[in-house]
Design a protein around this ligand. Structure first.
Ligand SMILES: [Zn+2]
Ligand SMILES: [Zn+2]
Length: 347
């Protein structure tokens, strides 16, 4: 089969690789139909690593995908060939202390698609997944919409982990696909006023269409001043969704005493810092968000409820052959790109 593999910094090539073979017990052989390009894929593409995880070339990235069941392994009863599925790229062991404690996402032996040293990614024609990582999707849901379920589940989990309550006033710093996923999810959970910041106007426009009450381009105006003017008592929760030190600093200023800072973004640097005095006086809770835990079905339900206008989120679609163009576009933040999808079949 064919796979598009990273072969060096900012280079990728379509290669012939062995077919995945037969699904083992409890596994599904899937045809990959649509793959979404994620910011984390771009980190590997442009730098060859995320933190301590380093790519050994050639390597297939991609983990946001939807597909069709081609074959089922022994003992699989809830799927049959032809079923359309959304996929959770996480493959936990279900046996360690974390898994047994309901924290499969921090499993001690977690394998995650497209993570170096764990599993090859989904940017290939076929892939084998544990059936426990696959979710049925409704007939009317497109594969592209289904491929949004994974990034949406991360935003949903961030909102859930923050224990957002009805009427909470929040800010989302960074309006990429994950920031938007937090926006959609927090709205569905009854958020009060929602303030969104970014440096790209087209992203702020999309955030407004998705329901943000105010947006601010941090290159043009001071987010802290603007938001403080509308929120004299400051904010209940701030979601850092861009991995930037300035955003973390703004969050500390914007939060009310007892507020929560949710750290969702993946920084390109190794250490965060925050103003100890202000964070301490306000007794802020700083909570990291690691991908998502058990929120795939909720994300699929949110998409099928019609709340999620996928046409706002999916700005570009590419063919499998043009995967590199998709990666370059997302890397360069060109042409108002938010989520780029790669469709495997020419149609
Ligand atoms: Zn992702
Ligand atoms: Zn485990």
């Amino acid at each position: 089969m064919k796979a598009v593999m990273l072969t060096g910094i900012n280079t990728m090539e379509m290669m012939e690789v062995p077919d995945p073979g037969k699904p083992a017990k409890g596994e599904l052989l899937l045809r990959v139909d649509v793959v979404g390009v994620c910011g984390s894929d771009i980190h590997y593409y442009t730098t060859g690593r995320i933190g301590t995880q380093v790519v050994e070339y050639p390597f297939t990235v991609g983990h946001e995908f939807a597909g069709t069941v081609l074959e089922t392994g022994e003992g699989v009863i809830n799927f049959k060939p032809g079923d359309r599925v959304a996929v959770d790229p996480a493959m936990p062991c279900y046996r360690c202390d974390q898994c047994k404690g309901g924290r499969e996402h921090t499993c001690r032996h977690l394998k995650f698609l497209g993570c170096p040293g764990q599993a090859e990614g989904s940017l290939s024609e076929m892939i084998i997944m544990p059936s426990g990582s696959c979710f049925h999707i409704p007939e009317e849901m497109s594969f592209s919409e289904a491929a949004l379920a994974e990034p949406l589940s991360i935003g949903y989990y961030a909102a859930k982990l923050s224990q957002i309550s009805k009427g909470d006033n929040i800010a989302i710093l960074g309006a990429g696909p994950i920031g938007d996923s937090v926006l959609i999810s927090s709205l569905s959970m009854g958020a009060g006023r929602i303030h969104v910041t970014d440096k790209i106007n087209s992203r702020l426009d999309i955030a407004t269409k998705l329901g943000a009450d105010s947006v601010c381009n941090v290159d043009i105006c001071s987010a802290v001043e603007e938001i403080k003017t509308c929120e004299p008592l400051l904010l209940d929760i701030v979601y850092e969704c861009c991995g930037k030190q300035e955003a973390l600093d703004q969050a500390v200023e914007l939060l009310r005493p007892g507020g929560k800072l949710m750290v969702v973004g993946i920084p390109q640097f190794d250490r965060w810092s925050f103003v100890a005095d202000m964070a301490r006086r306000k007794e802020l809770s700083i909570i990291h968000v690691r991908r998502q835990n058990d929120c795939m079905q909720a994300a699929i339900d949110l998409i099928s409820s019609g709340i999620v206008d996928s046409s706002l989120l999916i700005t570009h679609t590419f063919t499998f052959e043009n995967s590199k163009q998709a990666f370059d576009l997302v890397r360069d933040y060109r042409d108002g790109v938010l989520k780029a999808m790669i469709k495997m079949e020419k149609s």
